[in-house]
Write a protein that binds this ligand. Sequence first.
Ligand code: ATP
Ligand code: MG
Ligand code: MG
Ligand code: MG
Length: 430
Amino acid sequence: MRRSKAFIPTTKEAPSDAVLASHIFLSRAGFISQVASGLYSYMPLAKKVIRKIENVIHEEMANVGAQEVELSFVAPSDLWIESGRIDKFGKELLRFYDRKEKLFVLGPTHEEMMVDLVRNRITSYKNLPLNLYQIKTKFRDEVRPRFGLMRGREFIMKDGYSFHASVEDLDREFNALEDAYKRIIKRLGLDFRVVEADSGAIGGTGSKELMVLADSGEDTIAVCDKCEYGANIEVFMDMEELGEDFDASSVSDIKELKGDDNCPHCDGKLSLTKGIEVGHIFKLGTTYSKALKAEFLDEEGKSKPFIMGTYGMGVSRLVAAVIEQHHDENGCIWTKETAPYTINIMISNVKDEAQNTLGEELYLKLLGENIEVMIDDRKDRFGFKMKDAELIGFPFTVIIGKELENGIVQIFNRATREKISVPSGEIYKK
Ligand code: ATP
Ligand code: MG
Ligand code: MG
Ligand code: MG
């Protein structure tokens, strides 16, 4: 891509309500644009990052044999009445009438729709297990949409649902999905913890969250200093008693909550830290299949409700989470698997013929290798263009400047901010 043609409207000003780094930098660097509270448009750079995250998800889902589907965003309220969730979900569920006065909802999650898709189509244990997923826009009319992509009203979720004939089979699949989720988050270059979680409004048992560690996280988690154990502190509280408005982030001492700080799995100690919930997997059991009468015939010919698991991942929230964990005061620092472009070629002075020639040559060669490359061919000042490159967060910028007269170009590493000099003849190889 040529920077001179790219739609990347970078600005000096951050939105007035932006407090988080990801909100500030994704806005300033021209990734996202707010349309209304909790609603965002994605510009080309954001689309590229989202696609990269989606590709990693698709690959890892294929590895565990999950199949992609796509359900309609608009869901008939009948299904939500059938499941009994229409009231439980409260005002987060956006409802509206069509021209025939039929009530619909905008899908905030798709358990009902997925069960409806599978019921009466899968009728025998012989066709189980089945694991279906989609990556799709969701809508939740959040009380407090905030922090940019972190808590939108419209957002992108990867949601998956598995159907089983036995609890053992659900356990096996749940473990496989937990591993797949860990691989995804690891590949995206994020530092995270898997923690035990409360099952929340969806119900069921066996609930785990994937938490990206960041001070700005809205969740407080207890983590062991010796083993892998971690838990959302909600696990130690009676949320119903505390009420919806209880702010879990106000808890600062694990002993206050739990009585002690002992790890339940080893002799280590628990301490509190902050996390961003980027994934949530749980064993639903038969909650939905019973409510929606979704059944199969077992080996003895007996009718039984499907045993289910559900697996959610916040795709657009992940875009923000990467930046919460990887930024500095100058802007975004994308990880290898999430960077919209890996290499930025900076032609310091576009009026200089030698700089232009080398830049263009390198650009074409890298394109030929399928490397995602941007060439900054704008007439602007070098200092301005470098600031812009840092704000956007390209992992590497090849600086073709004055030093070219001495046969030298530089590679600027965004994460370390180090510049190394390379003979211009070796730059492509390097
Ligand atoms: P939270 O506790 O942050 O409100 P949740 O527990 O309500 O999230 P789930 O129902 O578990 O969310 O949905 C699966 C995933 O979707 C979450 O783990 C999160 O990554 C993502 N997600 C949920 N709500 C939002 C939102 N408003 N904006 C962006 N991503 C979201
Ligand atoms: Mg929520
Ligand atoms: Mg949650
Ligand atoms: Mg959750």
